[in-house]
Design a protein around this ligand. Structure first.
Ligand SMILES: C[S@@+](CC[C@H](N)C(=O)[O-])C[C@H]1O[C@@H](n2cnc3c(N)ncnc32)[C@H](O)[C@@H]1O
Length: 234
C-alpha cells in the first residue's frame, strides 16, 4: 500500500499538559512504545554509536514525560556512567519521580521546556551531543522539517529518530489501539501519526551534507521507521 505523507496537528500537542485526557494519553504512549519495541530499537541504535564507557551526552527531542530516557538509563547506566542527558519538550511534563530515578542511576539530567526551533536557534554548534527523538520528527513537514534536520545536523555528532512507519500494517495497528485501552486522544493521534510517518529514504533525502555522514534508514520492528545519522569526519 502506498500512502502519501500527510501531516496534521495532533491533539496531544494542543491540549494543556494537565488536561486529564492528555495525562492519560501520555500513559497510553508508554504502552504504545512497549508495543512498538521502541526501547530495544533505540538501544541497538545507540550501542552502534556510543561504545561502552564513552562519555555520553544525550539530548532527547520531544521527550514527553521522560520515561523513555529513564528506561535507557536503567539499561545502560553501567555502560555510560555519569552520562549528561537533557529532555526537551514544549510541555513541562517530566515528573519529579522520573528525574529522581534517572539521577539515582548516576546520570545528570536537565529538563528544557522549549520549542525545538527556539532551542536550536540558541544552541552553539556543539557537535559533542548525541540527539535522539521518538515519535517526534513526524510532526514536521516541508520547510520546517528541512530546518529541523539541518539544525540538528549542525549541532550533533549523531542523530537517531524512531518514528511511525507509513505502512498498511502500521495503519491497521493504529486503528486497533482501543483494544489495549488507549483513549480517544491517543487513538486519534496514532492514525494521524502513521499518515505523517516515514518510509523508504524519506528522511535521508532531506539530511544535509550527506558526504559527511553515514546514514541508515530502514523499517524497525513491525510499526516503526528508524533513521540513524553518524558524522564521519570525527
Ligand atoms: C507523540 S509525543 C511523543 C512523546 C515521547 N517522545 C514518547 O515517545 O512518549 C510528541 C511530543 O513532542 C512534543 N512536541 C511537539 N512539537 C514540539 C516542538 N515544536 N518542540 C518541542 N517539543 C514538541 C509534544 O509536546 C509531545 O510531548
Amino acid at each position: 500500500m502506498s500512502l502519501p505523507r500527510r501531516v496534521e496537528p495532533e491533539l496531544l500537542d494542543e491540549l494543556p499538559a494537565d488536561d486529564p485526557r492528555a495525562v492519560r494519553s501520555r500513559g497510553d504512549l508508554r504502552r504504545v512504545n512497549r508495543l512498538m519495541g521502541t526501547h530495544s530499537i533505540l538501544l541497538r541504535a545507540l550501542d552502534t554509536i556510543a561504545p561502552a564507557a564513552s562519555r555520553m551526552r544525550l539530548v532527547e527531542l520531544g521527550a514527553g514525560d521522560g520515561t523513555m530516557m529513564l528506561r535507557l538509563a536503567r539499561s545502560r547506566s553501567q555502560n555510560w556512567p555519569g552520562a549528561k542527558v537533557a529532555l526537551l519538550d514544549t510541555q513541562p511534563v517530566v515528573s519529579a519521580d522520573t528525574l529522581a530515578a534517572i539521577r539515582d542511576l548516576g546520570w545528570e539530567v536537565e529538563v528544557i521546556t522549549a520549542d525545538v526551533f527556539d532551542w536550536l536557534a540558541h544552541l552553539s554548534s556543539d557537535t559533542g551531543n548525541i540527539v535522539f527523538a521518538n515519535l517526534f520528527v513526524h510532526h514536521f513537514e516541508g520547510e520546517r522539517l528541512s530546518r529541523l534536520l539541518t539544525g540538528i545536523a549542525d549541532r550533533t555528532r549523531a542523530f537517531i529518530c524512531c518514528e511511525p512507519r507509513r505502512s498498511g500494517l502500521a495503519l491497521a495497528g493504529s486503528h486497533l489501539l482501543g483494544l489495549i485501552g488507549c483513549n480517544a486522544v491517543t487513538r486519534h493521534d496514532a492514525v494521524l501519526s502513521v499518515h505523517a510517518g516515514f518510509r523508504d529514504n524519506d528522511i535521508s533525502a532531506l539530511w544535509p551534507n550527506e558526504a559527511f555522514w553515514k546514514l541508515d534508514e530502514s523499517a524497525a520492528g513491525l510499526f516503526s521507521h528508524l533513521f540513524v545519522a553518524r558524522r564521519i569526519d570525527r
